[in-house]
Design a protein around this ligand. Sequence first.
Ligand SMILES: Nc1ncnc2c1ncn2[C@@H]1O[C@H](COP(=O)(O)OP(=O)(O)OP(=O)(O)O)[C@@H](O)[C@H]1O
Ligand SMILES: [Mg+2]
Length: 286
Amino acid sequence: MTPAEDDAVVCRALEYTFHHGRGKGRSTRAVDGIDLTVHTGEVFGLLGPNGAGKTTTIRAITTLLPVPGGMVRVFGHDAARRRMEVRRLLGYVPQQLSAEAGLTGRENVALFARVFDVPRSERAERVAQALAAVDLTEAADRMAATYSGGMVRRLELAQALVSAPRLLVLDEPTIGLDPIARTGVWERVDAVRRATGMTVLVTTHYMDEADRHCDRIALMDRGRIRALGTPAELKAQVREQDPHQTDPSLDDVFRHFAGRDLARGEASEGDFSDVRRTRRTANRVG
Ligand SMILES: Nc1ncnc2c1ncn2[C@@H]1O[C@H](COP(=O)(O)OP(=O)(O)OP(=O)(O)O)[C@@H](O)[C@H]1O
Ligand SMILES: [Mg+2]
């Protein structure tokens, strides 16, 4: 099958293996051959337990990791060969905090405007618009170090939006936020989507958010996609496969397709280093 030019993301047989440990003697197959299509204009959720391979998949799609096996296309552009073209089309909010604590909100967004080639003459205006879109106009000239966690996440959203991306990639955009702040992030994303038709690829561990906001969902576990469909289709699959589940929630769907026995000790060393990495970057802003 040839991937349609107009699909936002097409992954075919995508795989990624990390080589680590002393002398790189150990390896983790983080992504183990996935096929995935994100249609233009939809909100697509990539869900799965810690270590499933979501962030690695997203980093391959956003060209931050090479594509050693398989194929990734973003709006028809090959992510391995056309990295700059792909980067110009997307905005990315990484899982790890990325704002610079020692810069103001405005300076942080301006930095992204420069990196993402927003024309110089439009920059100041576009930076102001992006800050306004996430309600940070008043706080724009304060150091990011003084922002709350929710404000930092909104600032990162402004950084991703300033280049007017056709594809917005959000890796756990609402993690650690209070319920009102979480709703706030989604409202702002939805407003931009309505205005521009932007496509959204998102990961989250909050099943209620995925249920409410995602048109389609892929459930990933141990590097593979275990189920894919609309929230209603996934619930129907669980009902078919497990007669005890008469009215499954998306939490039940998650447990059904990605349930694993943690007692088997599957949490790997990598999981702990993930936590260490996240905490370390958190210090930058906190
Ligand atoms: N830089 C790295 N070096 C070695 N292994 C890594 C690295 N990054 C990720 N991994 C491993 O790859 C696997 C997938 O990790 P990934 O970060 O993609 O998972 P995830 O689904 O995003 O998890 P989470 O929900 O915790 O964010 C894990 O086993 C992880 O330990
Ligand atoms: Mg992740």
